[in-house]
Design a protein. Structure first.
Length: 84
């Protein structure tokens, strides 16, 4: 069983850009990812042809450094820049 004090569960501060999508922090990285997927699915932003791609709306473009489309793996890296 994972240690509840692991780095993955540590509450992180969230940038204003990311807070517009997932809400105010601090919150653990795992919670940020969950809320990000809730936002993506609620706004139908997952690419229909290639489910690994996310089509950013205006809020997500701010988080994704201006990119209109990112894949799931790149998304994780870009979101990390908004956590401290």
């Amino acid at each position: 069983m994972a240690n509840p004090n692991s780095a993955f569960m540590k509450p992180m501060n969230i940038s204003e850009e990311l807070a517009a999508v997932v809400g105010k922090g601090p919150m653990p990285r795992s919670e940020v990812v969950k809320k990000l997927w809730v936002y993506i699915k609620a706004n139908d932003l997952q690419d229909k042809a290639n489910k690994r791609n996310i089509n950013a709306d205006e809020n997500l473009k701010k988080v994704f450094g201006g990119k209109a489309t990112v894949n799931m793996f790149e998304m994780t890296k870009l979101v990390s820049k908004h956590l401290t």
